[in-house]
Design a protein around this ligand. Structure first.
Ligand code: ZN
Ligand code: ZN
Length: 393
């Protein structure tokens, strides 16, 4: 059977899986669990994959709420991973739609599994916890969980149908300024004001922004500013996020912000300790070939890509970026909400738990299953995806 015939069976297969998938999406929505606490979601998703015939490794890579479900085809071939995220947001529940990402991921893999006996290679359903700030995928990459994967794909619900949306590299920089305490009225001249050093650093960074590329974002907060107004602050702390679309500029950006903090500390006779979060996010490495295959399949399902200026859209950061530098990857968006509804809001949560989410679940499972079939059955296309990965800036 050729790939077109195999792909033509997918919509009906997904239709058959939908009642269980919708029920899973609702259950995860009603039981939101934040980063690294997704005990129920990872269990329910793993149970589902086992029901569908997958060999499931729970706690994949030593991460308690990760999983890797695998099912092998009839012969040797590439391993295609479909990514599920399932962490919720503190206080907001599933306001980023990860209950839908989770279920359309396992749904797409389960749909391919139905015809896996007629396919080469293998299909992997990868459960990756803690996307919201916890860097779950980075831990899985470091543990070697993706070493046998040839390509990876995911869909995030959004406000447009696009195959690519830029995401920014991100470093979290913790800054602790250390001065010397003294009575602020009786003997201010005997103190070294750590808060003053921090405020100077904050202003240095504000001025630095003028000379940075326009894609750079720096934002920070003061996490500790002293203990009482009548004590010269001995300690003051801040946390800054440094972001850029340019992976190669990120180290220089970090260096320049460090200099802002170090110069400020020196100006006040204080000291500064700077620490980077080891789980830094990388900007997304676009794979035009995979985007093209995904777009063809979406069109075949009767849904058009939106004609939008991708560069004009706002961008955040995701650990999918790190994965996109490890293996060829795509993180497409399907429109679940109108453009005026942003992720991480109550409106986005409402859509994720209702009919708009279900619509995306069905379409997303179909288009990813079809894209996986293209990659499994066509060595030429898989090779083109690999070349696209190697040539991407
Ligand atoms: Zn989010
Ligand atoms: Zn998200």
């Amino acid at each position: 059977m050729n790939s077109q015939e195999l792909k033509s069976r997918i919509p009906e297969i997904v239709e058959g899986l939908l009642p269980r998938l919708n029920e899973l999406a609702d259950r995860i929505f009603e039981n939101p669990e934040i980063a690294y606490e997704e005990v129920k979601a990872s269990k329910w998703l793993s149970d589902y994959l086992e029901e569908r015939g997958f060999q499931v490794t729970r706690e994949a890579g030593g991460v308690p709420t990760a999983f890797k479900g695998e099912i092998k085809g009839a012969s040797e071939g590439p391993a295609i991973a479909i990514i599920s995220e399932y962490d919720a947001l503190p206080g907001l529940g599933h306001a980023c739609g990860h209950n839908i990402i989770a279920t359309m991921g396992v749904g797409a893999a389960a749909a391919v599994a139905e015809i896996v006996g007629e396919l080469p290679g293998s299909i992997i359903s990868m459960g990756t916890p803690a996307e919201e700030g916890g860097g779950g995928k980075i831990k899985l990459i470091d543990a070697g969980v993706f070493d046998d994967v040839d390509a990876a794909m995911m869909i995030h619900p959004g406000d447009h149908n696009v195959t690519f949306r830029p995401s920014l590299g991100r470093v979290k920089l913790f800054a602790d300024f250390i001065g010397k305490p003294s009575h602020a009225a009786v003997a201010p001249e005997k103190g070294i004001n750590a808060l003053d050093a921090l405020v100077t650093a904050y202003q240095n960074i504000g001025l630095l922004r003028q000379q940075l590329p326009s894609d750079v974002r720096i934002h920070g907060i003061i996490t500790h500013g002293g203990d009482a107004p009548n004590i010269i602050p001995e300690r003051a702390s801040a946390l800054f996020y440094l972001r850029t679309r340019n992976k190669h500029f990120l180290p220089e950006l970090v260096q320049r912000v460090r200099a802002c903090a170090e110069g400020a500390a020196q100006a006040h006779g204080a000291r500064v300790e700077l620490r980077e979060d080891p789980l830094s996010y990388e900007p997304f490495r676009k794979n035009p070939e995979m985007c093209a295959i995904f777009g063809e399949n979406l069109r075949a399902l009767g849904t058009e890509l939106d004609d939008v200026d991708i560069g004009s859209l706002g961008a955040g950061s995701s650990d999918m970026g790190n994965l996109s530098w490890k293996v060829p990857a795509i993180e497409a968006r399907l429109a679940m909400v109108p453009v005026d509804v942003a992720p991480h809001t109550a409106g986005f949560a409402e859509a994720s738990g209702g009919e708009p989410g279900r619509k995306i679940l069905r379409l997303g499972a179909q288009v990813m299953a079809m894209t996986a079939i293209d990659l499994l059955t066509s060595p030429e296309r898989m090779q083109a995806v690999r070349r696209s990965f190697e040539n991407s800036p």
